[in-house]
Design a protein around this ligand. Structure first.
Ligand code: SIN
Ligand code: FE2
Length: 213
């Protein structure tokens, strides 16, 4: 249940200049998006990537689109080939492309054409520490992040690592878009609390769309 005094359905909640939370923007499309996730992961399975420092990430990941984000002992990069299978990533499903485009437009970024979608799966306890999305070549394009399944606490900070963060709860169907002046702002995902969601079961799925190439 949403807090009585929280943003109304369909609201756009500013998080920082250039960054906005679009409540429920992906709610209607969620079943179609989740079906597409099943298709993507049947081809390119979930995996826990290794960080350059040698730790296994708690979030399980895969990708679709022309480029995919990967991490290993040599660093972070976008790769046209899935290193696990030695093949290209699955194509970006039409429902993904449309959602990314429409959410970006609703946030004021017209003409967004993503070439990469990082698909994240959080199980209870999984988290993402404070980071910037800066492996993309094109900072002119925004990041579009779609939340599905279990709720989580998202921190949206500033350009500097030490800047104060906004703390927001992201629930099934919420979309966050950041670009322009906040394109390189730091963000983090707190450990997922245990629970069961009718759409995803015991996990949260996040889609982040990028123009990487
Ligand atoms: C990310 O920063 O790549 C993912 C953000 C999220 O899971 O909400
Ligand atoms: Fe990120």
């Amino acid at each position: 249940m949403r807090d009585l005094f929280a943003a109304e359905e369909g609201d756009a909640l500013p998080l920082a200049p250039g960054a906005v939370l679009l409540r429920d923007f992906a709610l209607a499309a969620a079943p179609e998006l989740l079906l597409a996730v099943v298709g993507v992961t049947a081809e390119a399975p979930w995996r826990h990537l290794e960080t350059p420092g040698g730790f296994g990430m708690s979030v399980a990941m895969t990708n679709c689109g022309a480029l995919g984000w990967v991490s290993d002992r040599t660093g972070y990069r976008y790769d046209a080939t899935d290193p696990l299978r030695g093949k290209p990533w699955p194509a970006l499903p039409d429902a993904f492309r449309e959602m990314a485009h429409d959410a970006a437009a609703a946030a004021g970024y017209g003409g967004f054409v993503p070439d990469a979608c990082l698909v994240n799966r959080y199980e209870p306890g999984a988290r993402l520490s404070l980071h910037q999305d800066r492996d993309e070549h094109d900072y002119g394009a925004p990041i579009v992040s779609v939340s599905l399944g279990l709720p989580v606490t998202f921190l949206f900070g500033g350009a500097a690592r030490v800047d104060k963060s906004r703390r927001v709860s992201l629930v099934h169907g919420d979309v966050v878009v950041w670009g322009g002046p906040s394109r390189l702002h730091h963000h983090a995902v707190l450990p997922l609390a245990d629970g069961e969601h009718p759409a995803t079961g015991r996990c949260r799925i996040n889609l982040t769309f990028r123009k990487a190439g």
